[in-house]
Write a protein that binds this ligand. Structure first.
Ligand code: PGA
Length: 254
């Protein structure tokens, strides 16, 4: 498949894996995926496993990501983790504004935009998540919601920083439900996201920005989703927790 953007497939482990389990998983991924060059492979373990996973993937083709970070650089923010602390473990990517954080931690687009600017300040590449609920989709509001989330969470970002930022389209109704968006549904929203990024920044940023699909991605649906022109990768939850399923998603996408 010819696309001029490199695929990026990231595993979001969420609140799963002890350190020992995380090391087992990443060792298995190295064995299975060691020769893959066509995809940027990213794993996002919980904070507690970053150190050990980081050591495992030195000199490998797997990059490290974090699931969240603070918008502040340091100070009296109990329980928070700053971008600079993540950099100590060679973290390269950070997921921002996942729908679970928007829902359970009440993260707003405004907060996400501050986190995004902090990430850029530390040269971390952000994966900014957007996506509608089932109620919003059924009410015909998908584009309105996604556009609002994009405008809000990308505000204050410069065009130069944006080309290195990744957008993840994750329809909330597809996350952890086993019910993925069809490739046609994903493509439709991805094309809309690219058009909106073009309006907010410029045509060359829109052409370069990578847009991942997330929500019940599995080995069986990865190829079909990745074959669409504006789908540049995947953000994988449940299926990233096992060596076989995450490796097969990547192999099936090439
Ligand atoms: P899922 O989660 O693959 O388990 O649906 C995706 C995500 O939340 O990023």
């Amino acid at each position: 498949m010819e696309k001029n953007r490199k695929l990026i497939i990231a595993g979001n482990w969420k609140m799963n894996k002890t350190v020992a389990e995380a090391v087992d998983l990443v060792q298995g991924l190295k064995r299975e995926l060691g020769t893959v060059k066509e995809v940027d492979i990213v794993v996002c373990p919980p904070f507690t496993a970053l150190n050990d996973v980081s050591k495992q993937i030195l000199d490998s083709n797997i990059w490290l990501g974090s699931q969240n970070m603070s918008e502040h650089n340091s100070g009296a923010f109990t329980g928070e983790i700053a971008a600079g602390m993540l950099k100590e473990f060679s973290v390269r990517y950070v997921i921002l504004g996942h729908s679970e954080r928007r829902q359970h931690q009440r993260e707003t687009d405004d907060l996400i935009s501050r986190k995004l600017r902090a990430a850029h300040g530390a040269s971390l590449k952000a994966i900014v998540c957007v996506g509608e609920t089932i109620g919003e989709r059924e009410a015909g509001e998908t584009e309105t919601v996604v556009e609002r989330q994009l405008r809000g969470s990308l505000s204050g970002v410069k065009a130069g920083e944006m080309a290195e930022t990744i957008i993840a389209y994750e329809p909330v109704w597809a996350i952890g439900t086993g019910k993925n968006a069809t490739a046609a549904q994903a493509q439709e929203v991805h094309a809309f996201i690219r058009k909106t990024v073009g309006e907010l920044f410029n045509a060359s940023v829109a052409k370069r920005v990578r847009i991942q699909y997330g929500g019940s991605v599995k080995p069986a649906n990865a190829r079909e989703l990745m074959s669409r022109p504006d789908v540049d990768g995947a953000l994988v939850g449940g299926a990233s927790l096992e060596i076989r399923s995450f490796s097969d998603i990547i192999k099936n996408s090439i």
